[in-house]
Design a protein around this ligand. Structure first.
Ligand code: MSP
Length: 682
């Protein structure tokens, strides 16, 4: 029996149409499930929609619709978006389906049979957007919901309670014994401290509206929408104990956003413990995307990035690549169109696209458009063997990263092969070998290894970029089947069929030139966001006296030319430095402990950094227009510790933090993983 891999996305509320945040989670789950399918696991991926509850009822009423009419419309938007983005989910569940209702009621009965359901009265502050009660102490600024900052409503109603408190210790013990239950670790700690602070029983039903699943045996009550929604993961497998249930439950991974951690890592496992059913293996929490520094919100049209439109303009695979490459799963990220274009040009058009077209060109020119036979006596030595060794390593490491829910690191690793293979073609110089008839075999081997390298890269990329993977496999004369399986490390060099015909060279990712960049940015960035409210153009990096602003460069410039400048910057080559010169830089990991304004300087922030020394350092950073102080505290950044101190606007700056962007800051340098403060950066 192959190992099993069952992954789920949250069921999305139908009061909203799919946006970038939804697309991100679904693409990540799709890529991970495609990977597991490719390594032969018995894989299942589920997504769907959350259609009950007050929030959906209210959204429908606002549009003069019945809730199911709204759901019927919006669900089509989700389905079509997922098909557009090449999501290969095995099932799609709607919480209004009878199969779902049956399992929700069965779970309720099981919890009831365990003595965990009792009647009482609930009073408290309720946020409709969260569909959750909040203790008074958690509300902010008067009585606003801490997540949505919208007014909470006081509700008092008879309710059924679920005895959550009874499972506090059992769940803590489970988390203790299963270190990978909640990932990444920071979120695990959050759950542990929440549990340790004590659980109160949960109001598990509602009486003030009807749009939900009735409590079995007491139709005046509907089941609390989170109890309803969470059950989808099991309900999609059919009745408890049925074939699919036995095959796939417990789920391997619920992939979720950080705002719904408590529901998944506390309520859901307690419900399952009460029902006597096994708990999911992992709840993996991803971070949130902001769009050009702003939270995605209905009141900010500029943040409502439509993934369909982006995919139309830049390609489905390019969008999938960018989202999974840009930010490690688990961390928050900022979406900037300029970065999307920057990565597209540098990594897809330049690195990958060039590699593929060069490998096809040499096959077309020098081996008659076919895969030449491998020459074992040559393949085992020199550059051929070096590239093969790298490919073997990359295949194993990239698989390890994907197993560990880290697609960004997998892509980083795959790029090692892409770049090495480009270097390999430079070094072996097939065009020079072709001039010497005595080196025909060597030429054949060089072409063969180049084609094997692109086939190998294509297979590793296929989970993340499915049509690119298939396309490259086809171009090197292999069928779709090759792209659907993960390469085996020890078969590098022997995967392609001798004599298979190789297609003519082609450009997979045409470079986005400046004119097209400008046109795309005009199209993507709504006019209102291009004016004053759009993200600004602060001086470059966190620079002391050398920052453009400090040198008196004009700060306000035409937006589109600025955008172009930033994107161009991403691909511009830098002049060379020697290793020794680089070694003189004292780069370290630092953590922002304090951030605030610099009086009289709207573009600057004063940061206090823990850099692993007895005393913190103070720096002045030109990032005020890209980051608000409260976004920075706690962030780990890369810090240049031996920059000569300078005084800027009367504040001493003792070093500099690194950021991306020339004319304007596009993002701070980030540090992956749990790296201790003060660690050297090389
Ligand atoms: N219906 C509930 C989930 C029930 S699961 C049993 C829900 N739906 S939602 O549509 O509001 O959100 C679904 C997912 O989208 C959540 O995981 C949430 O974190 C994610 N995102 C919403 N905005 C996001 C970003 N800006 N960035 C990344 N993901 C975000 O909650």
């Amino acid at each position: 029996m192959p190992p099993r891999f069952y992954i789920t996305t949250p069921v999305y509320y139908v009061n909203d149409v799919p946006h970038l945040g939804h697309a991100y989670c679904t693409i990540a789950a799709d890529a991970l499930s495609r990977f597991h399918r490719a390594i032969g696991d018995d894989t299942r991926m589920l997504t769907g929609t959350d259609e009950h509850g007050l929030k959906v009822e209210q959204a429908a009423a606002e549009r003069g619709l019945r809730p199911i009419e709204l759901a019927d419309r919006v669900v089509e938007r989700f389905r079509s978006t997922w098909s557009h983005l090449d999501i290969a989910n095995d099932d799609f569940i709607r919480t209004t389906e009878p199969r779902h209702k049956e399992v929700v009621q069965e779970l309720w009965r099981r919890m009831d049979a365990s003595g965990d359901v009792y009647k009482g009265t609930y009073e408290g502050w309720y946020c409709v957007s969260c569909e959750a009660y909040y203790p008074e102490g958690e509300l902010v600024e008067g009585r606003l919901c801490p997540t949505h900052k919208s007014p909470a409503t006081w509700l008092s109603e008879p309710t059924y309670f679920f005895r959550l408190s009874r499972y506090q210790d059992a769940l803590l013990e489970h988390i203790e014994r299963h270190p990978t239950f909640v990932q990444p670790e920071g979120y695990r700690n959050e759950v542990v401290s929440f549990l340790k602070s004590g659980l109160r029983d949960l109001s598990a039903s509602r009486t003030t509206f009807q749009w939900g699943i009735p409590v079995p045996g007491d139709e005046g009550y509907v089941i609390y929408v989170w109890i309803d929604a969470l059950t989808n993961y099991m309900a999609a497998l059919g009745p408890v104990g049925g074939d699919l249930y036995r095959r796939y439950w417990p789920a391997t991974c619920h992939l979720i956003g950080k705002d719904i951690l408590k529901f998944h890592a506390v309520y859901w496992p307690c419900m399952l413990l009460s029902a006597g059913l096994p708990l999911p293996e992992t709840i993996f929490t991803h971070g949130w995307w902001t769009v050009r520094g702003e939270k995605i919100s209905k009141s900010m049209p500029a943040t409502r990035v439509d993934p369909n439109r982006l995919a139309d303009d830049i390609g489905v695979d390019a969008l999938r690549y960018y989202l999974l490459r840009e930010v490690p799963l688990g961390l928050d990220g900022d979406f900037a169109y300029e970065n999307l274009i920057g990565r597209y040009n540098a990594e897809l058009a330049h690195d990958l696209g060039n590699l593929v077209s060069r490998a096809l060109t040499v096959a077309g020119k020098f081996t008659g458009g076919t895969v030449p036979p491998a020459r074992p006596e040559l393949a085992g030595a020199g550059r051929h063997a070096e590239l093969a060794a790298i490919a073997r390593q990359v295949v194993a490491e990239a698989a390890g990263h994907l197993r560990a829910y880290s697609p960004s690191r997998a892509l980083e690793t795959i790029w090692r092969l892409v770049r090495e293979a480009n270097r390999y073609i430079n070094d072996t110089q097939p065009w020079a070998l072709a001039r010497d008839p005595a080196r025909r075999d060597e030429l054949g081997q060089a072409v063969r290894t180049s084609l094997e390298a692109i086939a190998c890269a294509a297979r590793m990329l296929a989970p993340i970029m499915p049509s690119t993977g298939r396309e490259i496999a086809r171009l090197v004369g292999a069928g779709d089947g090759l792209a659907a399986t993960w390469p085996s490390a020890d078969r590098f060099g022997r995967e392609l069929a001798d004599g298979a015909s190789v297609a003519e060279s082609r450009i997979l990712f045409p470079r986005i030139d400046e004119e097209r960049q400008a046109a795309l940015l005009d199209r993507w960035i709504p006019a209102d966001a291009r004016s004053a409210s759009g993200p600004p153009q602060p001086p470059a990096v966190a620079a002391p006296a050398t920052a453009p602003a400090a040198r008196g460069k004009p700060a306000a410039r035409d937006k589109s030319s600025n955008d172009k400048a930033s994107a161009r910057q991403a691909a511009a080559p830098a002049s060379e430095v020697t290793f020794d010169e680089f070694g003189r830089l004292d780069l370290r990991v630092a953590q922002v402990v304090e951030a605030g304004a610099v009086p009289g300087a709207s573009k600057l922030l004063r940061l206090v950094l823990d850099v692993g020394e007895p005393e913190p350092r103070q720096v002045v950073a030109g990032i005020a227009e890209a980051y608000r102080p409260e976004q920075l505290v706690g962030r780990k950044v890369i810090f240049l510790a031996n920059l000569a101190p300078a005084t800027i606007r009367g504040v001493t700056s003792q070093g500099m933090i690194l950021a991306a962007g020339a004319e304007r800051v596009l993002g701070l340098s980030a540090v992956d993983g749990d790296v201790p403060i003060g660690t050297k950066v090389r």
